[in-house]
Design a protein around this ligand. Structure first.
Ligand code: CP
Ligand code: NVA
Length: 310
């Protein structure tokens, strides 16, 4: 049987994602009580980074160690990828040596080619198109603070990037609304794979309108990794797509604010919001650790019966 991969959020069913959230809670509770839980003893995670990272690197490496395994970090420049070794050959080789692989790279087809040649599960640690581990943590964080996300409204303000695309997929899986506002020229492609036929998604030209009545307001950097050449042009185009207190006041009074981080205070988010009482960005970042431990456990061990691990 081919291994199960997590390349996009929609690779997992609603049932699998609900199971992961239950495991996330179980794993997080035990971690907070300093209880050792090591189902991945003698297991190895390889992490391939073709872009920079803080949270993804630390959460996967710490998580793998806490589960009893080890993580090997491979930055592109230190590997033979930088000297032209094909990604398919990297997949063939390292998947004979480790139990699971996490990759952060550029175009989605790169990770798909890797997965097609891997003997072990592959996790998307961010591509230009998707960031499914982030949205796992974000939805878990929403549930922790507010309960089920079903039927709620999420406002996305800013670039139609990898995180935005993953919210569009999540809305279909979890049955909530996503209101997206981007500057002209940076819209979600209406016939793209995540917008076409997606009745949970609505586009707004005015970011404040997108936030009206929302239960969660979220944004991300104006310029994602790999698009740095567009920085100056984007700074001008996105100037009005900044989440500030006035924009938050259009949302529900108890609306949460999220940002995958790293953030640029004064650009896509005002410091008063990022550091304000509605912001849950630090919980969101921490939950990367717990959610990904549940993901690693599931991909390596399959479903765990709670009774077997009291
Ligand atoms: N949010 C996120 O993925 O952060 P890093 O780029 O630091 O990994
Ligand atoms: N959209 C951002 C997310 C960083 C975690 C990027 O791709 O750079």
């Amino acid at each position: 049987m081919p291994p199960k991969h997590f390349l996009q959020l929609k690779d997992f069913s609603r049932d699998e994602l609900d199971y992961l959230f239950a495991r996330t809670r179980w794993i997080k509770d035990r971690f907070k009580r300093y209880e050792i839980y090591q189902p991945l003893r003698d297991r190895t995670l390889a992490m391939v980074f073709e872009k920079a990272s803080t949270r993804t690197r630390v959460s996967f490496e710490a998580g793998m160690n806490q589960l009893g395994g080890i993580a090997i970090n491979l930055n592109r420049g230190d590997t033979q990828l930088s000297r032209g070794e094909p990604i398919e050959d990297l997949a063939r080789v390292i998947s004979r040596m480790v139990d699971v692989v996490m990759i952060r790279t550029f175009e989605q087809p790169i990770i798909e080619r890797f997965a097609a040649h891997s003997r072990v599960p592959v996790i998307n640690g961010l591509t230009n198109e998707y960031h499914p581990c982030q949205i796992l943590a974000d939805i878990y964080t929403f549930i922790e603070h507010r309960g089920s996300i079903q039927g709620k409204t999420v406002a996305w303000v800013g670039d139609s990037n990898n995180v935005c695309n993953t919210w569009l997929q999540a809305a279909m899986v979890f049955d909530f609304a996503v209101h997206v506002s981007t500057p002209p020229g940076y819209e979600v492609a209406p016939d793209g794979p995540d917008a076409r036929g997606n009745r949970h998604y609505e586009s707004f030209s005015d970011p404040a309108e997108a936030c009206a009545g929302a239960h969660l307001v979220t944004t991300d950097v104006w310029t994602s990794m790999g698009f740095e050449a567009e920085n100056d042009q984007r700074r001008q185009a996105f100037a009005q797509w900044k989440v500030d207190a006035a924009m938050m006041s259009r949302a529900q009074p108890d609306a949460l604010f999220m940002h995958c981080l790293p953030a640029h205070r004064g650009e896509e988010v005002a410091a008063e919001v990022l550091d304000g009482p509605q912001s849950v960005v630090w919980d969101e970042a921490e939950n990367r650790l717990h959610a990904q431990k549940a993901l690693l456990e599931y991909l390596v061990c399959g479903r765990i019966d709670d009774a077997a691990h009291p």
